[in-house]
Design a protein around this ligand. Structure first.
Ligand SMILES: Nc1ncnc2c1ncn2[C@@H]1O[C@H](COP(=O)(O)OP(=O)(O)OP(=O)(O)O)[C@@H](O)[C@H]1O
Length: 241
């Protein structure tokens, strides 16, 4: 469904991605792992059209196969790819409900056959959001803001969602809720690309993992394969919880 080939991107003269290759299939939860600064967020920004890039990013949308390179972020969102950036990107002065309804407007078209993601889905996965529906998003705790950011993106009805460091700064109980959220997405056939620093969290929920190093994918396999190779972790990952 998403095929990334020979992707190059960076910031001005700083070349960060040096030919990234990977694929994501429907219902996959793929963890993109690597040391700090290895280029995980840059990969997400390049796929979303937020920074200039070269290479190929093929996406099978409802209308057929399209190349995303050179498209604008709003077009990419409408084609069915959601993005939850590390800073969560919610509107702090709007209420929880207003944030969710805005998310509905920014996403792709709902097909007649697909029920799509509804407010009730957000409420049932994260009941605290319903309780706080009329509260300004800026007044929520960090964990609640993360829940809101995840649900807001889902209101756009993406088939693939790129989630950057969702566990960052969250209490362990909240991290478990985020994990349950991702497993609920998989049940609906939504694919996830998870940029994560916490190895244990990522490997518990992912069915595949990619390791980034030197601006490329240096490993693509299952969590079990990664865990079986201590050299890989030593070489490409920091010790992470
Ligand atoms: N806006 C920017 N301008 C210039 N350089 C940047 C910018 N954003 C990131 N970089 C640099 O690009 C490299 C890759 O950063 P990126 O954020 O993609 O890494 P990461 O793997 O997501 O790790 P982290 O979680 O630490 O951000 C780093 O060297 C970083 O300093």
């Amino acid at each position: 469904m998403l095929e990334v080939r020979d992707l190059h991107a960076g910031y001005g003269k700083s070349h960060v991605l040096h030919g990234v290759d990977f694929c994501i299939q429907p219902g996959d939860i793929v963890a993109l792992l690597g040391r700090n600064g290895s280029g995980r967020s840059t990969t997400a920004k390049a796929i979303m059209g937020l920074i200039a890039c070269q290479g190929m990013v093929r996406w099978s949308a409802a209308a057929g196969m399209v190349d995303l390179v050179g498209r604008k972020p709003f077009e990419i969102a409408r084609l069915g790819i959601g993005y939850v950036p590390e800073n969560r990107d919610i509107f702090p002065r709007l209420t929880v409900l207003q944030n969710l309804l805005l998310g509905q407007k920014s996403g792709g078209q709902r097909s007649a056959s697909a029920a799509g993601w509804m407010l009730d889905d957000a409420w049932s996965l994260f009941p605290v959001l319903r309780e706080r529906a009329a509260v300004q998003a800026g007044r929520l705790s960090g964990g609640e803001q993360q829940m809101l950011a995840l649900c807001r993106t889902m209101m756009g009805n993406p088939q693939l969602v790129l989630i950057d460091e969702p566990s960052e700064g969250l209490a362990p109980q909240m991290v478990q809720q985020v994990a349950r959220f991702m497993l609920a997405l998989r049940e609906r056939g939504v694919a996830v690309l998870l940029m994560e620093q916490k190895l244990q969290f990522a490997l518990e929920i992912a069915n595949r993992c990619l390791l980034m190093g030197h601006g490329r994918i240096v490993f693509d396999g299952t969590p079990a394969q990664l865990l079986a190779d201590a050299t890989l972790s030593r070489q490409w990952l920091e010790v992470a919880g």
